[in-house]
Every structure is written in C-alpha cells, then in structure tokens.
Ligand binder design. Structure first.
Ligand code: BDP
Length: 593
C-alpha cells in the first residue's frame, strides 16, 4: 500500500482516505484512488464570541476557552484531527459580528496558541475584523478606509498579527450589514473597504473574505435584491486577494431558497459560497435534518452565466470564470458538547460540508453512506435504514416549515418554531413581509409586476422562474403571488396543495421515527435513545408547524382543510398565545401536545 502526495498534508489526507476505505469496508487490496480538492480554501466559520457564547450555536459553549488560552485543551487537537480527516484547511475563530478585542496583543497570543495546534493538521487560522477597530482599539477618530492614518493602522496591525501567526490566513469581514460598521459609514464602497485590508494583507499572502450578506434599512423594496444590487456593479473593483463570500441563497439560510443570483454575475471577482451547517432555521439541534441535499442542490444549480454547465459549483471552484483564489465557508455547528454538535446527526452535516468542500460533485447519498458506516455500523440494514432517514429528512423539514417556496415563517428572533403572523419593527425581518398572504392569495411577486428580483438571474433561468407555467413548483411562492384557488400541476388548488405539503412533512417525520425504532438493539442504546427522543420532539413540532401555519393561512384563504390533512390539535389562538420558554441556547415549546 502506498500513500503519496506532493505535500506532507496531502499524505495526511491520503491516509484519512485510506482509513475511510477501511472503515467503510471497501476491498483495500484492490484499492486505488487519486484525489485533489476542487477549492483551495475549505473553511469553517465559527460564530463564536469572546465571552464564550456562540451566535446560533446549539452545542453548548464555544470550544475556545479564551480565559485559559494559551493553555491548550486536548479537544483542540481532536477538533483539528476531525477537520483534517474531511479536508477542512481553515478556521475563522470568531463571530462575523466581530469584537475588535481579538486583535489586541493579549488575544493574539491566544490565537497563536490555537494556530500552533492546528498547523500540523494543515489548518490555517483566520479572524473576523471589526471595521471600526481603529477607533475602538486604535485611538483614532475615524475608520474611513481612504484615510491614510486608518490604512497605516491596519497595515501595522496586520504586520503585528503575522508576528504572532506567520501563516495567518486573513480576515473575514461583515460590514454595513445588520448594524455592523463599514465603509459606507464614510460614503465609501464595499470595494474601498475590502481593498484596504487586501492591500495590507497582500505582502503576507493573506486574503480578505468580504461578505455579500448585506441589507440596508427597513425598506419597501425587496430585501432579497439588495446584495446583488450592491455588489454586482462592483465587479472588477476588488483586488485579487479579495474573495466575495455569498450565502447560498439571497435571503438567509432558509430550508429552501433559489441559489443566489450573484453566482456567476461577477466574473472578475473570486466568489466563495457560505453554507450554514448550524441549523439556525432548520430545527437547531433537535430536528434530524441532513443538509447535504440542500448544499448539493445549490452547488449543482445551473446559473447559465456562460450557458449550460455553468453550475454554482463551477463558479466557486474557479473553473467557469478562471479564478485562482477559490473557497467555501461553512458556518460551524460545533461547541463544547461531548458529541461536538448538540446531536449525533448534526455531526453528519459537519462531515458532509467537509466532503462537499473537497468535491462539490459528491452525491448526498454516497456521503451519507460513508458517514453511517463510519459512525454507526456496516450492517446493511442499519446502513440502508439510516441513509434513507437522512435522505428524506431535508424535504420533510421544507414541507412542515416552508413548502412551495415560502420563506422565513419562523419566530423572528430565535428562528425556531412557526410565527407566520409575526410583525417586527424592521419590516424586512417579518414573516408577514415575506409570505404576503391576503384574501386573494399568497407569495412574493418577484416578477416584473412586483420587485422584479427575478431579473437578477441569467436567462433562461430568469424566464423559467418568471413564468408561472415554468417556475419549479418548489419555488413557486418565492417568485409569484398565487391565488388560493389557482390550479397546481397536480390538478389541486394551491390551498389544498399547500395543506398536503404540510401533512406530508408530518407523515415523513413519522415514517423516520418508525424506521428508527426498527434499529433498537442494532446500535448502542445511548445514541439510539437520544435520536429516538429527538425524533419525538421533531414529530411534535412538525405537527405544531402544520397546525399553526395552516390555521393562520386559513384566515385568508377561507378554505377548509382538504381530505388527508389531520384536523389541528389546537385552535389558532392557542398557538398565537404560545410563548416558547427560551433558554439561551435551546428554545423549546414543551407546551406543544
Ligand atoms: C443571520 C443570523 C445572524 C447572523 C447573520 C449573518 O440570524 O445571527 O449574524 O445571519 O450571517 O442568519 O451575518
């Protein structure tokens, strides 16, 4: 057996590939494989705060024990090894809602200690840079990116960081988004802001990952248009060591969104995709939702930027538009919990992300198959049953949360549980803003008669989505406002179809539960029982979603539930009055029957 590579880290990856073959019981004697990653920077973004909390984290506290660092916990090494085993080679340690303090010497010494642990595993450390740091920790009165004192401050700061971490990867920056400071505070563009960092990082071979997740003040216009409208005109203005980091969809990590129209629309800009591994909108730790189908759906989506074959994956890996800098980012779901991710099955999403960052063409079922064999058993019944549960789980969640292209019906802060009735002061954060239900129908008109966000896509995608006759039904209400009684492809009315999707979501979770119960005794009790408990929560909450959302929409549609949909357990007023007791990390509505 020979494991060879041109680099030492390549040999490490090769060794892990061999171990995977052994663990998944592939015939090792005839084993031969050759593999290279399709994107260069395969990153985990931690939304970890310096006080130990994790934004949108459902797996305990931050792994980084800042008060004890630079003392090293053995978990850091385990974490690095796990990441290396799936090809991850970069970690952004801190939250995008950044704290400038991490750039001070006391913290940089701690960052250096982590970098030392990760380095042998081929993992580079990155940090988030708070745009206003020159004011907050630098004593300046401005953070204007064109001000020479500001530029000098960042240059010196970056040189200082490289003194601590000689192979520092660079910065991730969230600017002028959700109240974060940024170049627009000084009437400068995103390119001015990004290039300031890029210029100072370039001599050290560092990069800046500039996020395209932006939206301005509460507006009457369509929030999903904003990122494209702000960034597309800046193509060609970014330095070559800037990567524009764009979420998979134009809204915000929903159970399903169309792909982000910026992919392919900025041919002169290196574009990274940001996927969310932590299930902020998908049931957090307790719902079993395998995310590879979601990730893969967007990576294989056809943008038509250069005709057929212009998939998002090929934009990201640089082959479509000739980018040299390439990368993928996954928002981490990892914390201090013993099982790392809050639930056993959330580990599969970490794993799947790493495998897809390595090769975006891998299929969700082959990744699930590997993971189940390595995590549970090679017994064919166990493998078949769990892989099946995993593969149906994402569509189940779409069905019981936001089917047919609906989005953001969840509670406005915790993003857990249904609240389609909610209005908040920021119009563009409200479920009512997104679903637009009225007595005529439901859905957001993003065609020429509405916000025309559909025009941001290349033809023929644009035409396909804009036309009620050709838009895929799973995106229908994302692009169209449709009458309750309109006929769907099944021949049913929209109302009946919607109700049956919610019911299908519940039915699938029941089937998942049933399938899981057949594994009793075939896997260890501890993991069997944890998953059994979580699946019962998921079923209860799928019913909660169905009952609350359908009764609320019935107040507009005035239609009865079709045959096949179970009658709701409680009245709408019951769900409206429900308050989710919300401990900091795990909101739960235990009151749901
Ligand atoms: C939203 C999260 C928020 C993040 C923001 C972001 O709710 O906590 O800060 O995205 O990505 O999904 O910047």
């Amino acid at each position: 057996m020979i494991v060879a590579s041109t680099t030492d880290i390549g040999v490490l990856y090769g060794t892990f590939a061999l171990l995977r073959a052994v663990q998944t019981q592939r015939p090792v004697s005839a084993f031969s494989m050759k593999s290279a990653p399709r994107v260069r920077r395969r990153l985990l973004d931690h939304w970890d705060n310096l006080d130990g909390t994790v934004e949108r984290g459902y797996a305990g506290r931050s792994l980084w024990d800042w008060s004890r660092l630079p003392a090293i916990s053995p978990r850091y090494r385990d974490y690095a090894r796990a990441n290396a085993s799936i090809g991850i080679n970069g970690i952004v340690l801190t939250n995008v809602n950044a704290n400038a303090k991490v750039l001070t010497p006391a913290y940089l010494a701690k960052v250096a200690a982590l970098a030392d642990v990760f380095r042998p595993y081929g993992i580079t450390v990155y940090l988030t840079a708070r745009f206003s740091a020159p004011i907050e920790i630098g004593g300046l009165t401005t953070a204007d990116p064109l001000d020479s004192r500001v530029r000098a401050w960042w240059r010196a700061k970056i040189d200082e960081i490289y003194g601590y971490v000689p192979d520092f990867g660079g910065f991730l920056v969230k600017a002028n988004s959700e109240g974060q400071p940024g170049p627009q505070d000084y009437h400068r563009s995103h390119a001015d802001g990004a290039n300031m960092f890029a210029e100072a990082l370039a001599p050290h071979h560092g990069v800046v990952m500039w996020r395209a997740f932006v939206y301005r003040s509460a507006l009457a216009e369509d929030r999903v248009r904003q990122s494209y409208d702000e960034f597309a005109p800046l193509d060609g203005h970014f330095r070559s060591n800037v990567l524009l980091q764009t979420k998979n969809g134009p809204l915000d990590f929903q159970p399903r969104e169309p792909f982000h129209p910026l992919f392919g629309a900025m041919p002169k800009t290196a574009q990274m995709i940001e996927l969310q591994i932590t299930k902020e909108y998908l049931g957090e730790d307790s719902h079993l939702v395998y995310l590879a189908p979601l990730f893969s759906e967007v990576l294989t989506a056809e943008t038509y930027a250069r005709g057929p074959g212009s998939t998002v994956g090929r934009v990201i890996d640089g082959t479509l538009q000739g980018q040299r800098e390439t990368g993928m980012a996954g928002v981490s779901n990892i914390g201090s919990d013993t099982n790392w991710t809050g639930s056993e099955f959330n580990q599969a999403n970490w794993y799947a992300y790493g495998r897809l960052a390595w090769d975006h063409g891998l299929s969700p079922d082959s990744i699930a198959d590997e993971w189940v064999r390595m995590s549970f058993s090679n017994d064919s019944t166990v493998v078949r049953t769990i892989v099946h549960i995993m593969l149906v789980s994402r569509e189940a969640a779409v069905n019981y949360m936001t089917p047919l292209g609906l989005a953001h019906l969840m509670g406005t802060n915790h993003h857990y549980g249904p609240a389609p009735w909610a209005r908040v002061t920021r119009a563009d954060w409200s479920p009512v803003y997104f679903h637009r239900a009225d007595s005529a129908g439901i859905g957001f008109d993003r065609t020429i008669t509405g916000s025309n966000a559909v025009a941001q896509y290349f033809p023929p995608v644009r035409n396909r989505y804009a036309d009620r006759a050709t838009v895929p039904e799973h995106l229908l209400l994302w692009f169209h406002h449709v009458a309750w009684t309109d006929q769907m492809r099944s021949g049913r009315t929209l109302w009946d179809e919607l109700a049956l999707h919610y019911q299908a979501g519940v039915d699938t979770v029941r089937a998942m539960r049933h399938a899981w119960s057949s594994l009793r005794g075939k896997i260890d009790d501890e993991r069997f029982t944890e998953t059994e408990r979580f699946l019962s929560i998921q079923e209860r909450e799928a019913r909660w979603w169905r009952d609350a959302v359908l009764q609320y929409f019935a107040t507009f549609s005035h239609q009865p539930l079709p045959i096949g949909v179970e009658p709701p357990a409680h009245s709408l007023s019951y769900y409206l009055a429900l308050r989710c007791p919300r401990d900091e990390h795990k909101p739960r509505c235990e009151a749901i029957p």
